[in-house]
Ligand binder design. Sequence first.
Ligand SMILES: [Zn+2]
Length: 215
Amino acid sequence: MDPVNARFFPYSELKHTWRYDGSQWEFKVSDYLESAPEEVIDSLVWHLLSRASALRCPDGRASPYIEYVRSPELWREAGPKYLARAKTLSMEPMGKHRDLQTVFDYVNSTYFSGGLKAPALSWTSESPRRRLGYYFEQLDLLAVNRALDSESVPRYVLEFVMYHELLHHADRRGRSHRTVRHTKAFRERERAFSTYSEAEAWLRRIVAQARRKRG
Ligand SMILES: [Zn+2]
């Protein structure tokens, strides 16, 4: 490869970017990895150079990096920094119209026999085109899109998104890093939701609407 420059950069997400200007490469690496062990950085270099040059990363080379990114070790330190930078998160279950704590309690008692411990609940103001909710396992954080904090969206749509993310939350223990999140078994459990089809239809409509709004 041509010469490579690399530096850490304070992205709010854990992400890395690169650019090639015709004679050299410039990499910006998430500063959440600043204090990562040497073997992790070494592995990250394999991972990034493979991606940038569109070559297959040799077997196992990227594993220390991928494992580290999912490890509690990284997130103990990076977690507070991540939350401080995440401007899209409210870090507050009470929205303008809906309360995620109430929704959690209902879904937990209806579908999980009340057996789940509540994760941190937050609204996220990112575009519904990107995602309607997510569960961030390492931070035990469940975020739901603001688009669902509305009286014009039926409560069961919000409950369904909560249910989906709580399936991930319930799933998390003992998951190896290669496990696919939306397995066939996962999709079957998802369909146990009482108004599954109606909720899915609503979500598709919300995403389509957000796409149209964008032009
Ligand atoms: Zn999911």
